[in-house]
Structure formats: C-alpha cells, structure tokens
Design a protein around this ligand. Structure first.
Ligand SMILES: C[S@@+](CC[C@H](N)C(=O)[O-])C[C@H]1O[C@@H](n2cnc3c(N)ncnc32)[C@H](O)[C@@H]1O
Length: 243
C-alpha cells in the first residue's frame, strides 16, 4: 500500500481516505461523510459499465454539432477520462463539462491529466484496457476540452445551455446530496436536453425516473445495475435505438 499512499498523498492530505475496490481500482471517502464514491465491487469497472459503455454506443450514431457531456461529480475523474477516451477512439469532438463541489478535487485532477506518467497506479487499469497511447491522448484531450465547473445546483443549472447531451449523473446518493435528487431540480436539468440525448446513473429511484419520463426520456428497462445492484438507469430522448 506504500506506493499507493505516496501517489495519492495529496488526496489524503486533503481529507480523503483511500478505498481499494475489488478490481484493484481506488475509490475515495471524504472526511465527515459516510458514503464512498464507488461500488466496492470495482470503481473502474462500475464507471466503465454505467458511463463509458453507453457513451461509446451512443456516439456510434449521428451526433449533433453542439453535443456535450455533462459529468455530475468529478470525484477521482474516472468519467472524465472515460469520456475523453470515447472521443479519442471515435474521432468525435465534444466538450466535457465537469461539475464538482470540492474545488480541491478539480485541482488534483488537473495535476493528474497534466502529468499522467507521475500517477502510474491511478492510470494502470485505463492503460491495461485501452493502451497507453489512447490514455495519453485522452489526457491531452481533457486539457483542451474539459471545462471545470463548481457545484451543480439550481443557480449553476441556469447557465447550462439547451443542446443534445449525455448526462453522466454520478452524484452521491439522496442521503448525502439530497438537492440533486429533487424532482423539480431534475426536471429543470433534463429539460436542458434536446433530442439525441441520454442520461445514465448507477441508481434507479422513483423521483429520477418520473423526472425523466416527464421531460421526454424513455428508459431502457432492461438495463441492469452494476454488480449486486438490481437496476441502474439509462434513458434516451429522441433516440430510436437504445444500447
Ligand atoms: C460518487 S462521487 C463521483 C465519483 C466520480 N464520478 C469519479 O469518477 O470518481 C460524487 C462526487 O460529487 C461531488 N459533489 C457533491 N455535491 C455536488 C454538487 N452539488 N455538484 C457537483 N459535485 C458534487 C462530490 O464531492 C464527489 O466528488
């Protein structure tokens, strides 16, 4: 664990503890919270299944010029890197808006994308799955195309434009981040999506699903949850074919 402690020292010093998950990837737990950022069954694998695979499939279709990815909750940045990997591998060009309440996490993530070779443990699974060239290109892509935003809330929602988008909704649960799971907030958020959009999240809650339905999304009802979870949520607007 010593190398890990060293590589993630900046997170530890900022009040986060490290959680090793079943696929060897790391998750974080913030001091004062009793919720970890990822499934114990695998932080990397969960991010690949819930966020990367739907985006990879979606991008195979026709994508509007103004298409953008919105990542809710940067955390360690798995979803930002995976989105950039989709862009690099598909040769498509889209912006990634990354919302994160804890400014220190955005700051530490920027260090990681600017000097990937300094963080071999962090990038290990990405490199094993996608190859070093793709990962380096994805980091470069993020330095150009990722826009770092502060907390997502009713005020910052107003600045999100209406376009076709992918919403990668990786907030803490309702217990920890209650305002993000409220019906009126979710409806206002989903109304920012034009046709040819999708929303994906690890959870499946009544409020979330009702907000999707009310704003014109259709759920993929066959979508299973990650690992031991029965369900997750994947929904499309104005897209005939699901993944
Ligand atoms: C489940 S973790 C996200 C994990 C992350 N997607 C990753 O790849 O590591 C939730 C994150 O949301 C952040 N967060 C909490 N409230 C937020 C808000 N209102 N807006 C944006 N981020 C928020 C937390 O600080 C935490 O980093």
């Amino acid at each position: 664990m010593d190398n890990i402690q060293e590589e993630f020292r900046d997170y530890i010093e900022s009040g986060f503890s490290l959680v090793k998950t079943a696929d060897e990837s790391l998750s974080l737990m913030q001091e004062g919270l009793d919720e970890e950022m990822h499934s114990r069954s695998g932080a990397f694998s969960e991010s690949v299944y819930i966020y990367y695979e739907p985006l990879r499939e979606f991008i195979k279709g026709e994508v509007d010029d103004g298409f953008e990815v919105i990542s809710v909750g940067l955390g360690l940045g798995y979803n930002e890197i995976l989105s950039a990997i989709v862009a690099v591998k598909s040769n498509k060009n889209f912006e990634i808006l990354s919302f994160e309440k804890e400014e220190v996490l955005s700051h530490l993530f920027k260090k990681r994308i600017n000097a990937p070779s300094d963080y071999p443990i962090f990038y290990d699974l990405f490199i094993k799955k996608f190859g070093i060239d793709v990962v380096i290109k994805a980091c470069n892509y993020l330095t150009r195309k990722c826009i770092f935003k502060k907390a997502l809330n009713k005020a910052s929602l107003k600045n999100i434009r209406v376009s076709s988008k992918a919403i990668l909704f990786d907030a803490y649960s309702n217990k920890t981040s209650q305002p993000l799971w409220q019906p009126d907030f979710l409806e206002e958020f989903f109304l920012k999506c034009e046709n040819k959009s999708f929303v994906t999240t690890y959870a499946s809650t009544g409020n979330f699903n009702r907000a999707l339905r009310k704003t014109g999304f259709i759920r993929d009802k066959k979508r299973l949850g990650f690992a031991k979870k029965r369900e997750s949520t994947l929904a499309f607007k104005g897209v005939v074919k699901g993944v």
